[in-house]
Each structure stands twice: as C-alpha cells, then as structure tokens.
Design a protein around this ligand. Sequence first.
Ligand code: ZN
Length: 192
Amino acid sequence: MPSLTRNPRAFLRVRRGSLEGEMANPHPQTGGSGHLARHDGLEIGHRADPYRERAKVAEPCVCPDCGASVHDGRWTWQPASPGAASHRCPACRRIHDRVPAGELTLEGPFLAAHEGEILQLLTHVEARIRQEHPLERQMAMHQDAGHGRTVVTFTGTHITHGVAQALLGAFAGEMQASWPEGGAPIRIRWSR
Ligand SMILES: [Zn+2]
C-alpha cells in the first residue's frame, strides 16, 4: 500500500460506516500504541514536529502561561513542585507563535442548522482530551458566516483528529483529512 505521508496531496475520505471498528476503541484518538491510528492502517505521530522538545526538560519546571508542569518527563496538569523553573510548554509556544498543529474546518447545511449542538460537542470533547493530554488543546475558532464554515485550530494533531472523529460519530457526515509533510498542520474537513 502506498504511504500517504509521502504524498502531500493525498486526501483520505472517510464515511461513518467505515469507522465501526474504531468506535469499539475507548480511546480512538490515540489507538492502542499511543499514536493516532489512521484508517489505512498506518500511523502518524512521528511526523517532524518543530515544537517537540529536542532535549529533556530539566525538572521541576512549570509553564508560565498555562501552569502545566513536567513530572517524570511528561507535561501534566499536576501542581508544580516548589521552586519549579519557568519554561513555556510546546502548546503555549504554538499559541504564542500562532502556529497550529492541526486545523479542522466544519461546513455544510447541517452545520448551519445545528451549529449550537455541534460546537457544544466540540467544546466537550476538546476539554476531555485537553484534560488527559495537556499539550493537545484548541487554539482559535473562526466562524466565517459568509462562507458558512467554522475553522478551529489546535495545538496537537491527535486532538484535531479526535474532535473530527467525535463529530463524525455523533452527527455522521463526511470527513476528509490531509497530512502534509514538513511540520505543516494536518487539515481535516468535516462536512454535512
Ligand atoms: Zn503552557
């Protein structure tokens, strides 16, 4: 099977019916391996990420922007240890630089008619994933009424995909995803 990651123009089109296997997974956004399970059986998670810490962050440390702290090499929401050094976390660096890791575009007549409940689910899923994975968060939301679409940006690829999958699971519709190379944000489009 050709690898989609080698083709920046590659698009993946998914309908709800093809996701039944993943719905059995209680953590579909991460799969069993900790990496995002792709529908073609491949995985992402090793893409070049310019915001990944290159060296191990010295502990204890705390992000001055969001309050996340590093424990045992992982960013967590646990309270920082006394005397923790200040170190901006990768998610806040993306927010500061306005460089998202993922972009989700919502559109279609169903969105226009049910925007309130769709955005409510999006907010709920975003909060759940952010609670579990401090570096995976929503960055910004732009509601483009003129074109009938809403664009949401995220600090992580997993949350971008996880939110899109939750919308697909709850409201059906259609999802298209592209994984560009070179650290560019993944782009997912959900429409109904
Ligand atoms: Zn932070």
